[in-house]
Design a protein around this ligand. Structure first.
Ligand code: MG
Length: 286
């Protein structure tokens, strides 16, 4: 039990609504309460999107500021990661929250298909988002929806375009990458694809570079298990999956975090503390 696993909870996302699962937190107050329960269950990264009160995806920096402050007050030491994803805004609007200086922001470095559209991440926008993160002391988590995104992250890292730490020991630190599997029309939840992503991560960034994996829908529990076994970190939460199983809605983000923690323990791991997670990711102390 000596190898801590960072549990990331993706609390809201841009897609699920209360009509899909009433536990999806929409208002900032709901988001903070749900994150606190998830934190108590062992989550140490909160991956955050914001919504309008009617559930509409938003990239309003004011709303992000409220959420960041709420989580920081309610969950001491928890890593706040704000999404720059493309479902809630377009172009540079996607990075309007970066100047808030959260611990981390998500960063997609290449394009791919989503269920009903193209997820566009043009190189000039990606470079601008990375530059904003560097300027504001924000560490990106690289969302890899495809093998090519690992190579693009490597090219950007090699060129010095990716900030990789704020803990003062950042020289040579590789970027934190996340494999995202199970998005319809993108990488499936497939063991061969997982092995290819992991082998490429090791090839480009080394065996010790920390990494995470996320699965969508029923793939969430599968990727939790694969990542726990292979030494990766785990992402869960209602953004990616609203069910415990086909017949049962997840009662909360915390319930999904508990399930991820069980996957870690099954493989001889334990949930990382906030301080451990910050050390693993090269982040400043809270
Ligand atoms: Mg997201």
């Amino acid at each position: 039990m000596s190898d801590p696993a960072i549990l990331c909870v993706a609390i809201t996302g841009s897609v699920p609504q209360k009509s899909d699962n009433p536990a999806v937190p929409i208002t900032v107050a709901e988001q903070v309460a749900s994150t606190r329960e998830a934190f108590d269950a062992g989550a140490t990264i909160a991956h955050c999107h914001v919504r309008g009160d009617d559930g509409t995806p938003s990239s309003d920096p004011g709303r992000f500021a409220e959420l960041k402050a709420g989580i920081e007050a309610a969950c001491p030491g928890m890593i706040v990661q704000l999404s720059t994803g493309g479902r809630s805004g377009a172009g540079r609007m996607r990075g309007g929250m970066i100047p808030l200086g959260p611990d981390m922001c998500s960063l997609s470095v290449g394009s791919n298909n989503f269920p009903t559209r193209v997820y566009e991440n043009p190189p000039d926008l990606v470079d601008w988002l990375a530059g904003e993160m560097a300027a504001h002391g924000v560490v990106p988590e690289i969302e890899c929806f495809d093998l090519s995104h690992l190579y693009q992250a490597h090219a950007m890292w090699r060129d010095g375009r990716l900030p990789t730490g704020t803990g003062g020991n950042d020289a040579g630190r590789p970027p934190y990458v996340q494999f995202v599997m199970g998005v319809r029309n993108a990488l499936p939840v497939d063991r061969h694809a997982f092995e290819a992503m992991l082998a490429t991560k090791r090839h480009l960034f080394g065996d010790d570079a920390p990494w995470c994996a996320a699965g969508i829908g029923a793939g969430q529990a599968v990727l939790n298990d694969w990542a726990a076994e292979a030494g990766g970190h785990l992402r869960t939460g209602l953004e990616d999956n609203v069910r415990m199983d086909r017949a049962t809605l997840a009662p909360s983000n915390a319930a999904l975090v508990e399930r991820a923690a069980e996957a870690a323990v099954r493989h001889g791991r334990r949930p990382a503390t906030p301080a451990e997670a910050r050390t693993i990711l090269g982040l400043r102390a809270a």
